[in-house]
Design a protein around this ligand. Structure first.
Ligand code: CP
Ligand code: NVA
Length: 308
């Protein structure tokens, strides 16, 4: 049985908890320099990770590349525009060829159906590096960051402000698996995916959508936001005015708990979804969150190869 990681539910709550524990252990065991030093046990020695990017990336691209190197493996990074995939070769044929040449495939793409097709035709693990629907690797890093900061996940009150996008869908999915609650402040028409909400709610956690931003953020343990314009949505106009009440600024952070953390997957747009005083302020953990992409993805890679 191949272990694909298309969404967090492919692993489940127990495995995600094990990934977080593994990431903490391995992070502690490493010296911080040099970044490419192979871990002593080199658990993925000889493994080749193929990475396909159909959209831009800084963190996902670099963190997966460094992660596989630290585990003893190597990577091949490809922009789809420079592949035959970009000239019409099918996703299915690409999956079959890369499966003969590489040990795992990570892809960042638009339509989630494409990654499902890739996985259906691959004979090696496929990992979701972001689709229009979800961004599970980001959320493993976010959960790791929260646990590192001493936040117990069960019962945590997480507030999301802004656009109901792919990152939020994976947070909602994580809530059901790890038993925390999510209060979403977003304008009408920008809610997250209803199927993710219903699945999490059926797992017994509270997922609520609020038009009143103060109601959403009041008493939160964590405040999270993301860009108002995700990749591929640049054509959506008149969104800014609707989003502005949900901007994370000092007034909003004062409504949250005094020890609340601020998170953002990055890239950020200061003056839009977040003010500089918040993202560059003392409650922000965004740089830990970015670094943790490496440590979290090492655990995701170890999980797909049955090592966790
Ligand atoms: N957060 C994140 O996925 O960043 P990139 O788009 O730079 O990969
Ligand atoms: N929601 C953003 C996340 C970028 C990492 C996007 O899809 O562009």
């Amino acid at each position: 049985m191949i272990r694909h990681f298309l969404d967090l539910s492919d692993a489940g709550g127990d495995a995600i908890a094990m990934m977080i524990a593994d990431a903490i252990d391995r992070k502690e065991a490493r010296v911080s320099w040099p970044k490419g030093k192979v871990d002593a046990d080199a658990p993925l020695a000889g493994h080749v990770l193929a990475m396909i990017f159909e959209k831009s990336s800084t963190r996902t691209r670099v963190s997966f590349d460094v992660a596989i190197r630290q585990l003893g493996g190597t990577s091949i990074v490809m922009d789809s525009g420079s592949m035959q995939l970009g000239r019409g070769e099918t996703v299915a044929d690409t999956a079959k060829v890369l499966s003969r040449m590489c040990d795992a495939i990570m892809i960042r793409t638009d339509d989630h159906a494409k990654i499902e097709e890739l996985a259906a035709n691959a004979t090696v693990p496929v990992i979701n590096g972001l689709t229009d629907l979800s961004h599970p690797c980001q959320i493993v890093a976010d959960l790791l960051t929260l646990v590192e900061r001493g936040k117990a996940l069960p019962g945590l009150e997480v507030c999301w402000l802004g656009d109901g996008n792919n990152v939020l869908n994976s947070i909602v999915e994580a809530a059901g698996l790890m038993k925390f609650n999510v209060r979403i402040g977003c304008p009408q028409g920008y809610d997250p995916d209803q199927a993710f909400i219903e699945t999490a709610q059926s797992a017994g956690v509270k997922i609520s959508v609020h038009r009143d931003e103060m109601e959403a953020v009041s008493g939160a343990d964590v405040v999270i936001t993301d860009t108002w314009v995700s990749m591929g949505q640049e054509h959506v106009h008149n969104k800014m005015a609707a989003m502005m009440p949900y901007q994370v600024n000092d007034v909003m952070m004062e409504q949250a708990k005094s020890d609340a953390l601020f998170m953002h997957c990055l890239p950020a747009h200061r003056g839009e979804e977040v003010m500089p005083s918040v993202i560059d302020g003392p409650q922000s953990v965004v740089w830990d969150e970015a670094e943790n992409r490496i440590h979290a993805q090492k655990s995701v890679l170890r999980w797909v190869f049955n090592q966790i």
